[in-house]
Design a protein around this ligand. Structure first.
Ligand SMILES: Nc1nc2c(c(=O)[nH]1)N[C@H]1C(S)=C(S)[C@@H](COP(=O)(O)O)O[C@H]1N2
Ligand SMILES: [Mo]
Length: 257
């Protein structure tokens, strides 16, 4: 059964995947690609949720499968004065704020995050650019953190705001990397705020001090340098309105693999 389902999804994704090989560079000039992906997206999302079950796990691997060097992509260092100051103090003062549609706002220090029961998972990262890497991630599962904050009934999405500015704009309104998941994906057992890669403190190029891992999703969903988490009812009023930095450039919001 599982094999049939996988092959079915693979077939459906193959056509989308071929189109996505040029990715992590803006696709906006290729509007036909974007609209084609949009149609595949809805179908794929429904299929995954119907057949893979809400909390089906992404495959996990063993130590021998770990890539000797985990490839880094996107921002490799946020290069702001603020980030440099945090790095100089080994991120001792870094905090993750949890707010928006919650009963209780939280402000978590790295020490508090590390004190929570951790989860370690060896998974394969798939970037739409057409490369994959297997690595071992350790971090705090997001579900208990969200539970502690207490999502209000209207909360549907979880926004992740990052510390890296993405280029400049004439208005002076510099967009920062950001991403979002729905509550189902955010509370999935393999969704963690990771602070270790392969048993080592998370390196700067991989999102130090803490980055999102949502293992059923594509690489661009895995926000690095996470500083703020916000629960919202919808994201149409946030930045470009599509739920993430790459989504605003035309990638699909649902990055299921
Ligand atoms: N803050 C931030 N998060 C990000 C990115 C980025 O540029 N900035 N790039 C995304 C993309 S496209 C990928 S493939 C992964 C790369 O993670 P890695 O550098 O640890 O391999 O991070 C994702 N998260
Ligand atoms: Mo990516």
């Amino acid at each position: 059964m599982a094999e049939t389902r996988r092959n079915l999804l693979k077939g459906m994704l193959a056509s989308a995947g071929a189109l996505m090989l040029a990715a992590c560079t803006p696709l906006s000039e290729q509007q036909w690609v974007v609209s084609a992906l949009g149609e595949v997206e809805n179908l794929t999302r429904r299929m995954q949720r119907l057949f893979a079950g809400h909390h089906a796990l992404a495959p996990e691997f063993s130590k021998k499968d770990i890539a000797p060097v985990f490839r880094a992509n996107g921002t490799l260092n946020p290069q702001t004065d603020e980030y440099a100051a945090h790095a100089a103090k080994d991120f001792a003062d870094w905090r993750i704020e949890v707010g928006g549609l919650v009963e209780r706002k939280l402000s978590l220090s790295m020490a508090e995050l590390r004190a929570m029961p951790p989860r370690t998972q060896i998974t394969r990262h798939d970037c739409v650019e057409g490369w994959s890497c297997i690595g071992e991630w350790t971090g705090a599962p997001l579900a208990p953190i969200l539970a502690a904050a207490g999502p209000k009934p209207e909360a549907r999405y979880v926004m992740f705001y990052c510390a890296d500015p993405m280029g400049s704009s004439l208005s002076g309104d510099v967009p920062y990397y950001y991403e979002s998941l729905d509550l189902l994906e955010a509370t999935h057992p393999q969704t963690i705020l990771a602070y270790q890669l392969n048993g080592q403190v998370l390196p700067v190029e991989h999102g130090a001090p803490v980055r999102l891992r949502a293992e059923r999703q594509l690489g661009y969903k895995m926000a690095k340098y996470v500083q703020r988490i916000e629960l919202v009812e919808h994201f149409s009023n946030i930045n470009g309105g599509k739920g993430g930095y790459w989504e605003d450039q035309g990638y699909t919001w649902y990055g299921g693999i």
